[in-house]
Design a protein around this ligand. Sequence first.
Ligand code: CU
Length: 129
Amino acid sequence: MNTSRRFFCTGMSLTVIGAITSMTLSQIAQAQGNVKKRVIPVKVQKFSFVPNRIEATPGEIIVLALSALDFPHGFNMPDFNLRMDLMPGKIINVELKPDKPGEYDFLCDNFCGEGHEGMSGKLIVKFQD
Ligand SMILES: [Cu+2]
């Protein structure tokens, strides 16, 4: 009885060690840049994001490289709980890994003039046709 219980315990700890090891390996892979990221430059100016329609596949990692050209705009993606200030002359990189297919709006949330209300775009996440 005692012997079999000891074996059981050993098995458990081996499993735990295995899980920790595989997690560490995937973290090393990320640190080495083995994870593919697609960088998408986005120009931000009164009153548009260019491009204003960005497509991605579920699970893909994309980096929006946002540059404000003329004014301090804001970048807000409510579905991702994300907002950034975009100051002219700086590139702000926003890394996203959208897992679920769907359409996610983004918008300027810093009033920038008469066309501000229409300053928005969409991230469209879908499996490729
Ligand atoms: Cu704006």
